[in-house]
Structures are given as structure tokens and as C-alpha cells.
Design a binder for this molecule. Structure first.
Ligand SMILES: Cc1cc2nc3c(=O)[nH]c(=O)nc-3n(C[C@H](O)[C@H](O)[C@H](O)COP(=O)(O)O)c2cc1C
Length: 220
């Protein structure tokens, strides 16, 4: 695909078909994402890529934990608050999602069910868990963010849908113990991926972006 087409057509997929992505395709995605630049070329990302029966077991334990009402304990604090334009954009994003599913404003149960879909990995057959090295601080996280973007674009290039999930960073202790990661590997986020269910309502809407003029100040 053309780069522009890849960037414009990628979207966050929230319902996947069960078909696994061939190993060869996954390796191509990983190889492209590996080309990501990083500060001093440190390449701080390490990826735990969970598939097959392992993903089923992981999904079950994560969902049970999240449904048990455990408050998130992320390695990197989630945003403290959303004010002004950020509050507005966040609201629009949520409204679009719930409208696509026909979940009304007062339907708390429906909203909670959809929140928990995060921990079911939206039925994805694969999830990539992205960690950084603690010592590299905020720039390690930034480098991993670039990796996440490149991973998702590389996936789209090979016809694979994906979604970055900060929700999966809610319980890093669970992931460290399940996959034997040392304490200095800090969880940035997960990327669930596979083939999107194009017929599902939740995959039917697209988010917008503000015009360039709202994000950029030209100084000449
Ligand atoms: C770092 C990051 C974390 C995200 N975490 C979640 C998440 O936990 N759950 C979710 O449903 N979407 C999550 N998203 C998806 C965003 O909501 C989505 O990217 C945004 O609304 C723009 O929509 P688009 O990706 O379809 O263009 C995340 C996106 C990013 C980049």
C-alpha cells in the first residue's frame, strides 16, 4: 500500500475475527516496526507477542482480574484529568463509540460490558505487549510510542487491523509475573491485532481530527 493510504485507512479495531495472522506476516510487521528510530538508537522496546492457546489463557485471567474491580496500577500514571478541548474530544470519542453500539447514556451496564471488552482483547487472536526499560524514563516511553505507531501502520500495510490499548497497562504486575518479565521492564501498552470484523457495528465509525491550523503555529 501507499504510505498515505495506510495512514488514512488505519483505524482502531474493536472486534476481531478469530482467524490467526500467518506467522510470516507477523514477522514482516515486526521487521518493519523494528526500523523505528529511537534516542541514541537505544531501541528500548521489547515485545511479548502472545498468540494461540496462550492468548486464550491470558484473556481469561486478565478479564477475571479486571471484572474483579481491581483499580488500575499502571507503571506510568494514567492522565489525571481531561480539561477544556481534551475533555471535549474525549467525550466525542466515547459518544461515537457508544452510539455505534446503540448503548444509551444511562446504560451503565452496557458501558461497563464494552469497557471490559478491552480485557477480552476485542477477541483478537494476537496481542503484542510493549515494555520499555525503566532507566530510560519518558524518552524510552516516547520511543515505544513511535514503535507502536509503526507497528500499527506496518500491520495495516499487510492487511492486518489493530488497536493500541492503554487499558492493558492497567495491571503490569499480572503481565510481569505471567510472562516472566523483570521488574525493570515497564509496561507501556498492548496492541491487539488480527483481522477486523467489518460487519460489526463497532468497526463502522471513524474518528475525526482537528484541522492542521489548530495544531500548528507557523513562525516565518
Ligand atoms: C497509546 C494509545 C492507547 C489507547 N488505548 C486504548 C484503550 O485502552 N482502549 C480503546 O478502546 N482504545 C484505545 N486507544 C485507541 C484510541 O481511542 C484511538 O486511537 C482514537 O480514538 C483515534 O481513533 P482511531 O485510532 O480509530 O483513528 C488507544 C490509542 C493509543 C494511541
Amino acid at each position: 500500500m501507499e504510505l498515505e493510504q495506510v495512514i488514512r485507512e488505519r483505524y482502531s479495531c474493536r472486534k476481531f475475527l478469530p482467524n490467526p495472522v500467518p506467522r510470516q506476516t507477523i514477522e514482516k510487521i515486526l521487521d518493519l516496526a523494528q526500523q523505528t528510530p529511537s534516542w541514541c538508537n537505544c531501541q528500548p522496546w521489547q515485545v511479548v507477542l502472545v498468540s494461540g492457546e496462550a492468548v486464550a489463557g491470558f484473556r481469561d485471567s486478565l478479564l477475571a482480574h479486571a471484572a474483579g474491580g481491581h483499580p488500575p496500577k499502571p507503571d506510568f500514571p494514567f492522565p489525571l484529568r481531561y480539561e477544556g478541548i481534551y475533555r471535549e474530544r474525549r467525550k466525542v470519542c466515547g459518544v461515537q463509540l457508544y452510539q455505534a453500539l446503540g448503548i444509551g447514556r444511562d446504560n451503565k451496564e452496557g458501558a461497563e460490558r464494552q469497557r471490559l471488552e478491552n480485557f477480552r482483547l476485542f477477541d483478537a487472536p494476537h496481542v503484542a505487549l510493549i515494555t520499555t526499560e525503566e532507566d530510560l524514563g519518558v524518552y524510552g516511553v516516547l520511543d515505544c510510542g513511535l514503535y507502536v505507531a509503526n507497528f500499527m501502520l506496518a500491520a495495516k500495510n499487510f492487511g492486518v487491523d489493530s488497536i493500541a490499548q492503554a487499558a492493558l497497562a492497567s495491571y503490569p504486575y499480572l503481565i510481569r509475573s505471567r510472562f516472566g518479565l523483570p521488574a525493570n521492564r515497564k509496561l507501556v501498552c498492548g496492541i491487539s491485532f488480527g483481522y477486523g470484523d467489518a460487519k460489526h457495528l463497532i468497526n463502522g465509525y471513524r474518528t475525526g481530527r482537528s484541522p492542521v491550523g489548530e495544531a500548528v503555529t507557523f513562525i516565518e
